[in-house]
Design a protein around this ligand. Sequence first.
Ligand SMILES: O=C(O)c1cccc(C(=O)CC[C@H]2O[C@@H](n3cnc4c(=O)[nH]cnc43)[C@H](O)[C@@H]2O)c1
Length: 241
Amino acid sequence: MKPIIVTASTMLELSELIAGTSAVAVPHVGHLQVYRARYCDRDLVIAATGIGKVNAACATTLLLERFGAKMLINTGCGGAFPGCGLGIGDLAVAQSESFADEGVQTPNGWHSLELIGIPVFQEGGRRFFNTFPLDPDLARGAGERALELGFAAVSGPFLTVSTCSGSADQGEELLRRFQGVCENMEGGAVAQVALQYAVPLLEVRGISNLVEDRDLARWDLKLAVSRAQSFLLSYLEHPKL
Ligand SMILES: O=C(O)c1cccc(C(=O)CC[C@H]2O[C@@H](n3cnc4c(=O)[nH]cnc43)[C@H](O)[C@@H]2O)c1
């Protein structure tokens, strides 16, 4: 039976999940830190990808080639766009992922990859430039489960960036490009690989900060990653596959 693969960029974002599922280390999976568990009659593979799109895409590809998967889950922390209803410690569930800073910077401003006309992926007549859909049933199921469990949760589009927005102005610029509730640095890359391998993806992040003028005193990484993992431990008891 193929496992469910759970990824995040750092071990901090996975340590409670590893402890809560009694996962054990799997050696020699390339450069990755990988763990395996049998949890509620399901096989899990849990792995830290490293930060950013390149790490996330490489790791997801390696994991899918090595283990296969019936479902991918990408988790960790993320920044909430002001006004979307998310606060620090809340959960964000991705309905789509967009590469929000890949494109062309012209004298007239930023344009998406559509200006170049070369999609990052195409399949069956569909061309994907900056935006990838995530599995709608998984997103709906996880959003509903989060609310049932008493988490504050908002579902919506996620934006993946190479440069973490450290100013409110930059956040507003990104929202002029794409709708978004949550900014992160890996999800779009995982979504692209998931689409290429036809594996359904769920992305759930705990909110560690708002996308605003950078003030680390207002961040709460520990609360964010703890809430996301606490949710996943409950969700994985009965995932909606
Ligand atoms: O600005 C800093 O000094 C700083 C210190 C600690 C952590 C960061 C991060 O940006 C964490 C990046 C990491 O967490 C995700 N993340 C969390 N919040 C955001 C955000 O507002 N924008 C983009 N990514 C965010 C991201 O997926 C990375 O894995 C910065």
